[in-house]
Design a protein around this ligand. Structure first.
Ligand SMILES: C[S@@+](CC[C@H](N)C(=O)[O-])C[C@H]1O[C@@H](n2cnc3c(N)ncnc32)[C@H](O)[C@@H]1O
Length: 228
């Protein structure tokens, strides 16, 4: 094993990036129109993903309560967690101080079913699992906040995606992106980690402007946008 391969092995294990043959994982793509690259990867085994996504040790660096507090949700507001995976944030949001209506959107049918069952088991009536698609969220209504954790780098054609997403944000709605910093432990290979300037540049082309930048997460950038 070369040093580069050893590094990649450590990196992918950090956030449940299971090692599968490249053909099954799909290709890493450079989208048309000059978007930053995106990483294609299937997350079709929720039980396996849950071991890392919902590992209590994650709370130490993910700080979910602090992230949710920083979103400044008001009573009666709604949130869409896009790329919700096994529901780490969707469930925490639903149980949070303002108990918002939470749409948990994922492209993987197995993840959508998993979150639906998890919410049912926990007796949460404010979580709605939504089957998303590669080019749209399929949100049934506009929301106050869209939260996207460790998923931005998986989305293809992001300028088109976020341009369309504006239709599903309420007039003063916000878009919060949390994703891995270059060099931080866990997460995707470095080529799929972007600086705040890169993300803001891409989102500017989709019509968003940076409203807040939180620097308390040790491994991730945490950026909040509003429509220009
Ligand atoms: C690294 S996981 C992050 C899960 C979760 N946000 C968390 O922090 O635990 C990325 C998730 O995004 C989902 N995903 C990838 N592309 C997506 C898309 N276009 N729309 C919705 N979900 C997507 C994957 O299926 C996976 O569940």
């Amino acid at each position: 094993m070369t040093k580069r391969h050893a590094f990649f092995l450590v990196a992918v294990i950090g956030l449940g990036y299971s090692l599968r043959p490249q053909a099954q994982q799909g290709q890493h793509g450079q989208a048309p129109g000059g978007d930053l690259p995106h990483m294609e990867h299937r997350f079709d085994n929720p039980e396996v993903s849950a071991k890392s996504f919902d590992d209590p040790a994650r709370d130490v660096w993910q700080m979910p309560a602090r992230v949710i507090a920083a979103l400044n949700l008001r009573s009666g507001q709604s949130v869409a967690d896009i790329g919700s995976g096994t529901g780490y944030f969707a469930i925490a949001l639903a149980k949070g101080p303002t108990a918002p209506r939470v749409y948990a959107v994922d492209i993987e049918p197995a993840m959508v079913a998993y979150v639906r069952q998890r919410a049912e088991k926990e007796g949460l009536t404010n979580v709605f699992a939504v089957q998303g698609a590669g080019d749209r969220t399929n949100l049934p209504e506009s929301v106050d906040v869209v939260l996207i954790v460790d998923t931005y780098h998986h989305l293809p054609n992001r300028v088109a995606y976020f341009t369309a997403l504006k239709q599903r944000l309420k007039p003063s709605g916000r878009l919060a992106i949390v994703d891995f910093r270059k060099g931080a432990p866990g997460g995707p290979p470095d080529e799929f980690r972007f600086t705040p300037e890169q993300i803001s540049g891409e989102l500017a082309r989709a019509g968003f402007t940076l409203q807040a930048q939180h620097d308390f997460l040790p491994r991730q950038v945490f950026l909040v946008y509003q429509v220009k």
